[in-house]
Design a protein around this ligand. Structure first.
Ligand SMILES: Nc1ncnc2c1ncn2[C@@H]1O[C@H](COP(=O)(O)OP(=O)(O)OP(=O)(O)O)[C@@H](O)[C@H]1O
Length: 268
């Protein structure tokens, strides 16, 4: 990607995300039970745990899709608990979303052009184009430029005119990441970004993620493929029954008896 998308990372705290005592109940089930953890800036951190451990609910609490019953989420030094998802995204904490079915009937380019609505990037551009006549046109041109940069970065520019619905699972994931990046995030939450992705595209997506991490982006990744987590994340957080069981380096996690126990099969 050209530098204009990646070079202007705003200063963020060394620990951009801090989750404190996060709790969420659904009736009698405590899906997330006093979870506390931190994510360091510029890292690819893995969040793992067996089915039903509370990973998705934690993501939903962090991104404002759900409100916690207790605890708080601090992003870039600010308490963002209870904010609406768009307010959290505007602060630079963004989650990738699957391309909705109706967007499958639009081309890749159209999907990209829709992506940054109401996002920070647009505000930034607006601030450098102060109400000049023709400003809307300039904004569109600037947007188009950024869209092409993102498509090129993810090597899907040749698919620009293709309907999103015709993309393979892996190509769709690349488009989802490209769309998320256009919103000018500091941190990306990835919920199983490699599901249904063939090994070649998976490696490409991983390479892009590592490249972006090297440029200062921060990633929190939920993924069931243990080898992928262990080979790519410097820090791994393990959830079990709504709680943080342990965290550490892949080597520490692999050697942890409690983790092996939690997975029952011991396939870590
Ligand atoms: N909306 C909901 N209503 C009721 N129970 C829910 C709801 N969402 C999640 N749960 C329950 O909360 C617990 C945690 O679910 P969650 O989806 O967060 O786990 P997970 O770690 O993401 O699981 P998986 O790896 O299978 O996706 C589970 O017992 C689940 O059944």
């Amino acid at each position: 990607m050209s530098e204009s998308i990646t070079q202007s990372r705003p200063d963020v705290a060394d620990t951009p995300l801090r989750v404190e005592g996060l709790t969420k109940r659904f009736g009698g089930i405590t899906a997330v039970d006093g979870a506390s953890f931190e994510v360091e800036q510029g890292t690819l951190t893995g969040l793992i745990g067996p089915n039903g451990a509370g990973k998705s609910t934690t993501f939903n609490l962090i991104t404002g899709m759900l409100s916690p019953d207790a605890g708080r989420v601090v992003f870039d030094g600010e308490d963002i608990t209870g904010l609406e998802p768009y307010q959290i995204a505007n602060r630079g904490l963004v989650r990738t979303f699957q391309i909705a079915r109706e967007l499958g009937e639009m081309t890749v380019l159209e999907n990209m052009m829709l992506a940054p609505k109401h996002q920070r990037g647009e505000h930034l551009w607006r601030s450098v184009l102060p109400g000049a006549r023709g400003g809307v046109v300039e904004q569109e041109e600037e947007l188009l430029e950024r869209v092409w940069e993102a498509l090129e970065f993810f090597e899907i520019e040749h698919l620009a005119e293709e309907y999103a619905g015709n993309l393979s699972g892996g190509q769709r994931k690349l488009l989802e990441m490209a769309r998320a990046l256009l919103t000018d995030p500091d941190m990306l939450l990835l919920d199983e970004p490699f599901a249904g992705v063939n090994p070649t595209l998976e490696q490409r997506l991983l390479d892009h993620i590592h490249e972006l991490r090297d440029q200062g982006y921060t990633f929190l990744l939920v993924e069931h493929d243990m080898d992928l987590i262990m080979n790519n994340c410097r820090h791994v957080i393990v959830m079990h029954q709504g709680q943080i069981l342990t965290e550490g380096t892949p080597e520490e996690i692999k050697a942890n008896e409690e983790v092996i126990e939690a997975y029952l099969g011991g396939d870590v």
